[in-house]
Structures are given as structure tokens and as C-alpha cells.
Design a protein around this ligand. Sequence first.
Ligand SMILES: Nc1ncnc2c1ncn2[C@@H]1O[C@H](COP(=O)(O)OP(=O)(O)O)[C@@H](O)[C@H]1O
Ligand SMILES: Cc1cn([C@H]2C[C@H](O)[C@@H](COP(=O)(O)OP(=O)(O)O)O2)c(=O)[nH]c1=O
Length: 801
Amino acid sequence: MTSSRVPRSSDAASSPRSGPGASGRPAGYPSGGSGGPAGYPTGGTGRPAGYPSGGSGRPAGYPTSASAPGATPTAAFRRLRTALALSGLGHWLTLPALTAMGFAAATDTSFAGRARAVEIVLLLWLLPVLLLPGAAAALAARLDRRSTLLTADALRAVLILSVPMADLLISSLRPLIWTSVATVLVSFLGVLWGAAASSSARALAWPGASAPDDAAPTRTATPARPAAQAFNGYGTGPGAGPGAQGGRGDGAATRAYETDDGRTRADLRVPDAAVDEADANIAVRRIARTVFGVAPVAALVFVLTSLISAELLKQADRVHLALYVAAVIFALSAIVTSVAGGLPGADGPVPDAPVALFRRLGPSGIRGLRFAVAASALPVGAVLAIARVHTQALDGGDPGYGMILCALAVGLAAGLFAGPRVLAPFSRRRLFGLSSIASALLLAVIALSLNLVVVVFVAGFLGVAAGIAWSSAEAVVHNPLRVRTGTALALVVAAIAVPLAAGAIGERHAGRDFPGSSAALLITAVIALVAGLIAYRLLDERTGIPLIPDIAAALRGEVYVPPSAAPTTPAAPRRTHERGVFIVFEGGEGAGKTTQSRLAAIWLREHGYEVVTTREPGATKTGMRLRALLLDKESTGLSPRAETLLYAADRADHVANVIRPALDRGAIVVSDRYVDSALAYQGYGRQQPVEEIAALNDWGTGGLVPDLTVLLELPPEKGLNRLSSPADRIESEPREFHERVLAGFRALAEADPDRYLVLDAGRPESEIRREIQDRIREMLPDPIPASAEDATSTFPAITDA
Ligand SMILES: Nc1ncnc2c1ncn2[C@@H]1O[C@H](COP(=O)(O)OP(=O)(O)O)[C@@H](O)[C@H]1O
Ligand SMILES: Cc1cn([C@H]2C[C@H](O)[C@@H](COP(=O)(O)OP(=O)(O)O)O2)c(=O)[nH]c1=O
């Protein structure tokens, strides 16, 4: 279709061009209707700063695994982490141990009585977790961090020890009463400890934060350091922070980049405070991962201790051993904390007032969110609340209870980890809806299966589904706290309702072997399923796009574009420019666009053509300002629509002032990025309707479509690894974002194959260059003689490109 050549005025009219189709939309861009990924959620943006980032050469803020090379924690941080891992182990062991103690110590030993006893202990555990984090953070901020951690651990050890002691020694005390009192105190100490732990992590990553006299740590050095550096160099005391390194500056590191004419321009300012804040967030995430990561181990320890109690000590009805072990673990943690050192000052993050909890439950503006949160959280809450009673009905006892908790914890961890990675090009809204429905269905399987082994396995899968749902939710909603609060509330509702329902139904329902716990789980599953189905309908904005092909395409790493959306016949050619040739290089970060566009320009110039090399964003004076706005990490919270409009504004100015004048002169314009970048990044990446962005850009550019688009394809991690400068705002987006961008570029190229030259950008530069030259040659007026082609490899100009 695009057999365009540099037209002479005499043959200009016969020079076919791709252009907007009959619909008035640019040909080759997925058209409207059900075609494009209409209604993709605008999620995926607004990730909190502070994604774990690797060290050398890796753009700051780009997500890598926690164990990224170069991100070596300091010794103080490691010691803190060991202490916190121990404490976390104790914490997660205490929860099943105390609830199981509640079960064992129930005064009313009927099915309903035991269910109620477990419920009371669980709710007393949840109460401080839900209501007191604000108060705990405020308290922790005033106290010395090390003393707080140490005291919280020591007190927890004593309290936990007191539960079996009271049971054994004080016969007049009803054991359930003391278990309940101890539970609420232990839980509050856990919340206080959590506040001190995260503020300690922040302090180690960002000592400046704990030194109120020393305002935001600043540095003027360039470039900004990778975030992970916080774990290498800083953190053993005041004065060791970034402020000490660079002195007081203007609070921003300057990012330099090279302009087309080879000059270095410094226009991007990455504020130090943002980098340090990111460090602190990374540290807090690491701590959170450590503390939550030990939960499955704790559940296994619980299984072991209860097996030993039952088999060796013949005390199947008591969970004293688990409590003793938990107390010992807390005592060990206190010892490690006492030798840890390096936890200066106080002043944690501004505490969240308790009322914020309820404010966060206000309308989110996302239809179906509450249903999805309920559908995914109710099943988990139901299992947690009823598992101990249920395993009794299934003859599994405490070990069975531990197995279910362990499977659930492992599943949740796997789901949360895999969530952002599964089906990267697939709509997160759809995934959220689907995984919520899956959670409900899996709960129904648990309810109907009276085999403990099956229940344990399915509980693992339930964990995976809920984990995927929660991680998708965080991509859909800009404020993850909203999801977490909703989830916590749903857990509590389940924790209250399910044991009550189970108790009301009774141990043997209707004289059959279907315990009340199963019936209660089944009712919850039905409610969750209804909520999940409603959520899917409300959340899904890809209506009309069939699910199966959508999933199949996502499995292949592509975004599904229904056949109706892809142009079936070549669009009616429309002359967008009279004389010149317009070539665009597209692709992800570090794919080699700049390199190859320069090589192509040099090659063309060598053959006597007037070539204008340009790029987006930032080719004009106004564009430079827009570029600074768009790529500066300081532009936090820029809404996806505003971002789209700013890129479109830059492009409109670019076309009007650079591209069109050059094409009108008959020049060859070679641009590093153009409209397809907006469709791929703002459309597929930000999950906004692609056809609307195409229409906006069609208007902005007056319908100017390239004659050739060279798409350089490279897996995002490879491209980002090639970059040496610190990541800008877009480069810092998480990997899933960049994967969606790549999938988007592919979908665009597939929809209009004639306009594209798609190349694997992982190959050597020279191979790519040759293929590009071959393709461009077809478009030029006079075939380049073979001799000239041979000479290309020795062009002196090429070597300095
Ligand atoms: N084919 C290639 N193989 C390996 N490295 C490459 C290749 N093409 C470019 N590079 C290198 O990758 C980095 C990014 O290239 P660049 O052209 O600036 O990418 P982009 O403009 O797409 O971001 C540069 O250091 C460049 O030298
Ligand atoms: C032109 C354009 C660029 N972008 C993004 C892609 C890049 O991350 C950034 C441009 O930055 P730049 O440093 O020019 O990136 P590259 O060297 O990879 O071309 O802007 C959009 O998101 N939308 C657009 O329309």
C-alpha cells in the first residue's frame, strides 16, 4: 500500500499514501466501536513511588525483584530485617495459636459455642488492627524506635506465655477470658510494633527524614542516584544521608540529555526528596514483604507444634506448645533487636487518623469496585473465621487448621506476586472481576468438599485467586488504601457472620453429614459469587469483546483486537502531504530508535536528500517545555487524560512548525516517535480508549500519517537495561505498563501491516540498519545504486552517529 516515493510535482498525485479511512479516523489505528480496547481502566498509573529498583544502570524506580543485584541492604538494615522476620514469625504463629486456644478453652463446648469462642478471639485480634493503626503510629512516632520494638516483643512474649500458664495454674480463671484479654493486648502491641518497624525502615533508608532540623536532604549532583543506593551507602546514623553527600542544594538532581544537534541540555529535574521518599518506600515494602513472607512458615510451625502436642504429648485439646514456641520466638526477636543498633530518632510518617478509615470507604468513582472487593475478601475471611471449627468437623483438628492457613498464606503470596505478571496485556478490570468470581467459586468447592486434603489444596487456590484480585485492584484504583480498607472491612464482616451462621445451623445439618461450617461457607460463596458477577459486569469496560479470544491473545502477549476493528481493506488513500516523505521510528524505551533514525538520516543525506531529523516530545520551543513537564518525575499525579493532551499538544506544534513545513519543501522527515507512541503509551499503557486518542491526534495533526513506521521491538527489561541515564517519569512505570505498550505497538502494526516495518531490535545495529535501508529504498524516487549500498558500511558519518 505504501509504495510512496519522494514525489515530484508531476507525479505527486499518483503517490499513494495511507491516510484516514472512510470513517475519518487515521487508517491503521484501531477504529472505534467495539474495536479498540475501549474502556481499559486508567489504572496502572499512579503507582506509588518507590518501586523496588535495581542498582547499576537500571533506571531508578523501575521494578525489579527484591533481591536485585546492587540493592544490598546495609548491615543495620539486615539486622533489623532479621529481628522483624523473627517477630513476624511469632506474630503469625500467635494468631492461629490464640484462636485455637479460644476453640480449646470455650466454656460452651457445643459446635456453636466453639465457633463463637474462636470468633471472639479473632475479632479481638482484628479490632486493634483496624481501629488503632493511627493511634499506634502517633505513639510510635514519639517513642524511641528500638525501645518500642524491644518492649513490644518482650511484652508479647510475656503475655503469650501467660495464656497457657493461666490455663494450667489458675483454675478459678475461665481460660477464655484471659485468652481474650491477652489477644487484644498482643494485637495492639503488634500494631504498635508494626508502626515502629516501618518507621525504622524509613529511617534506615532515609536518615534525613528523622532529622527535623535538616530540611529535605538535597543534592545538586548529576545524575540522580538509583533508589537502591540507599541500601548501600546510607543508614548508620545522622550525617550519613544524602544530605551529607551533596551538601544543601536546590532540592533537585538535574537530568541531562542530549539534543538532536548533539548539545547537552539539562532540563529534567528530579527532586532529591522524591528519590529519598522512593528509597524509604522501598525499605518499607521490603520490611512488609519480610513480615508477611514468614506467615506460611509460621503456619507450618503451628502444624508441627500441634502434631507434636497431639502425637507425643497426647494433648490434642491444648495448643500450649505453639504458644510457648511463639513466646520464645518473641524473646529471641527482642534479643536481636537489642543488639541491632542503628535505629536513630523517632518521627515516623504522619499518622493516619482513625477516621481516615471511614473516609476511605467513600465513593471511589469506580463502578463495581466494592462488589469486587467484597467478592474476593469474603471468601478469605470466611475460611479464616471458620477453619478451626470446620477442621474439627472434618477430623483435622489443629494440624488441619494450620494446613489450611498455610495453604491460604502461600496462595495469597503467590497470587500477589503473580498478579501484576499474569496476562500482562489483559485488562486489569477484567482480571479483577474474573479473579473475584474465581474466589467465590473456589469457596463453594471448599464448602462442598468434606475431604480435608481437598479443602487444603483448594484453600491454596483461593489464596492465589484473592491475591491476583487484590493486586489487580491496586492497578485499577489509584489509592490502594481504599482497597485495603474495603478488604479489611469485608474480612471482619465474614469473621462476624460466618461463625454465627455456622453455629446457628449446627454441627450436623438436617441430620446429614454436612456441617454447619460447610453450609455457612456455601452461603458466603453464593453471596460472593453474586457480588463477583455484578462486579465483573460493572467493572468491565471492554463490553462486546469476547472473553476467550481476549484471554487467548493475552496469553500470547498481545492485546486482542476484534476482526471488525482491523481494517479489512486498505483504507482509501488520502494525500496527507504533497511532496516529502515521512518516516517514523517507534518502539519502547531503549529499543534503538534514536540510533537507527540517525543512521537512516545520515544514509539518506549521503544520497543527496534533504533530511530533517526530529523527535517527540520536545522538538519545538513550546515542545521543550511540554517535554520537561511530561518527563519530569516531579509531575506526580498528572492525570492520564492531561498527559494525553499534553503529548497531543506537543505533537500538534511539532507537525505545524517542523514536520509539515519540511514535507512541503519536499524533505524527508525522520521522526523519533509520533502518534503511535501516544496510542501505545497513553492508550494501551495507561489503558485509555485507543480510538479516542487516535481521533484526538488525528485532529491535532490534521490527519498526517507517516508513510513508513519502523517499529523496533524489544522486551521492556532489555530496553530499560540499555539506558544509562536515570529513569524519567514514563520509564519509571512498572514493567507491566511497558509490556502493555509493547503489546499495543504490535496490535497497531498488525492492524496496518503495509505501513509498518517491524524489526527485532535485539539484533545487532548493523543488521537492523540494513533492513531499514532496504525498506526505505523502495520508497525513494531513484533506486540507490548497488555501489552506493556497498559504500554505506564505510560512511564516516555513520560511525559518529
Ligand atoms: N541493536 C542494538 N543492540 C545493542 N544496543 C543497542 C542497539 N541499538 C541501540 N543500542 C544502544 O541502546 C541504547 C539506547 O539506544 P537508543 O537509540 O537511544 O534507544 P531509544 O531512542 O529507542 O530509547 C544506546 O546506548 C544504544 O547505543
Ligand atoms: C511521543 C510520546 C512519548 N511518550 C513517552 C515515551 C517515552 O518514555 C517518553 C519520551 O522520552 P524519550 O527520552 O524521548 O524516550 P526515548 O528515547 O525512548 O524515545 O515519552 C508517550 O508516552 N507518549 C507519546 O505520545
